[in-house]
Design a protein around this ligand. Structure first.
Ligand code: HEM
Length: 326
């Protein structure tokens, strides 16, 4: 085809491509050959559908185990997105309030979706089936979700993730290794009878402890609390900023944990095999936010709000149940 018949827009694109490849010392013509011979992209290749569909492998023949696996995987994918957004905020070279608020709103949306969808677990499986297939999964537990811990370590100072009753023994300025010794979640994986670390915890730390230290150090000056303190504590848009951060604190540390707690109560409550089914941990005294008292942004809450942490939600649930009965 003579050159004057070629769409000028396409000629312009070829010129730009030539410039792009020249900068890197590459030959455009070879790349155009590649384009000529390559296949058209399909949906299933793009999202790796076959691989994705091959990742659900139940350990038992109980049908509801599939729901349990798929829902955990779905949650981990959203944890991945939450980490993705946090990293864009933390390592932004020219961060402004609009970007910060927008990305925090995305994170809140992901957590909201996770909270609202927890009914898939709470109402969507047969309890008898759950109690059976759960025994084939011991000693694994969602407790071993490393992404959940990375989200925490990227959101606040490590000191804020230490057990409240161990705080007197550590200092915010301590090295990450010392602070990790007092991390709140160790308490959730301690054997009721002996006070020793559970196998669940031992295996978890063996695989991930160094990644936790690495992340705690990497985010020491870059976590979301620090980003707020260093950039937005006196910003004209402070009100909006505080509002998205408080919402995030509630989503991550009250609403999602309580939606999750409801599933533990539904499946593991009142049954003599309860403790065995959870690998021997004291989850009833560990999981409720009012015991954990994890807050990413303590300075954004009043003393009263901190003292009442996690209680308002329980009250609202009780009120709702009472309304239902009336
Ligand atoms: C029927 C559904 C579920 C039940 C009965 C349940 C039960 C429990 C229990 C009893 C614990 C305390 C630790 C232990 O004893 O193992 C725990 C911890 C945990 N589970 Fe689940 N879980 C369920 C679903 C999920 C799902 C879908 C996820 C999503 C990844 C998840 C993530 C977690 C996390 C992150 C922890 C640690 C919480 C913390 O340290 O505060 N769980 N779960």
């Amino acid at each position: 085809m003579p050159e004057d018949k070629i769409d000028p827009h396409i000629l312009e694109q070829i010129r730009k491509l030539e410039e792009k490849y020249e900068v890197m010392g590459q030959d455009l013509s070879s790349y155009l050959d590649g384009l000529l011979y390559s296949d058209y992209l399909t949906y299933w290749d793009y999202i790796h559908l076959d691989t994705l569909m091959s990742l659900q492998t139940p350990k038992t023949g109980l049908k509801d185990e599939m729901i349990f696996i798929v829902y955990h995987q779905h949650t981990e994918l959203f944890f991945k997105l939450i980490l993705w957004e946090i990293e864009q905020i933390s390592f932004h070279e020219d961060l402004n309030a609009e970007f910060f608020i927008d990305r925090m709103e995305r994170i809140n949306r992901y957590f909201e979706l996770l909270e609202n969808s927890f009914s898939v677990m709470v109402e969507g499986m047969e309890r008898d089936q759950f109690l059976k297939f759960r025994m084939s999964l011991l000693p694994s537990s969602g407790f071993q979700s490393a992404q959940y811990r990375w989200i925490e370590l990227s959101s606040t100072d490590l000191y804020n993730l230490t057990s409240p009753d161990l705080r007197a023994q550590v200092d915010p300025e301590d090295d990450a290794e010392k602070l990790m010794e007092a991390i709140y979640w160790r308490r959730g994986a301690t054997e009721l009878a002996s006070g020793k670390k559970t196998l669940t915890l031992k295996q978890f730390e063996e695989k991930y402890f160094s990644s936790f230290l690495h992340r705690a150090r990497k985010f020491r000056k870059k976590n979301l609390l620090k980003v707020y303190q260093n950039n937005f504590a006196k910003h004209p848009d402070q009100e909006r900023i505080i509002s998205v951060l408080r919402k995030y604190d509630l989503m991550a540390n009250v609403y999602w944990p309580l939606a999750h707690y409801k599933s533990a109560v539904k499946y593991l409550h009142r049954d003599p095999v309860d403790i065995a089914a959870t690998g021997g941990t004291n989850w009833q005294k560990y999981l409720p936010p009012r015991f954990q008292k994890v807050l990413f942004f303590p300075e954004l809450w009043s003393e009263r709000e901190k003292a009442e942490w996690g209680k308002a939600w329980v009250k609202s649930q009780l009120d709702r149940a009472a309304e239902h009965r009336a």
